[in-house]
Design a protein. Sequence first.
Length: 59
Amino acid sequence: MERGLLEIYRFLPPPLLENFDPERLDDLGVFLDYVAKARVVQELEEDILARAIVKVLPE
């Protein structure tokens, strides 16, 4: 659970966390939904970084 919270707070922007309160989560599915969203954002960031590296490196 702690690792999931780290991912959520690291990758999700504040507007998506307005209604997120881990102390009040009574449904594991809701928590896992937030973790899934965080992982999608993480993958997007990785893709952006990879494209930037490819652009900078000479062919």
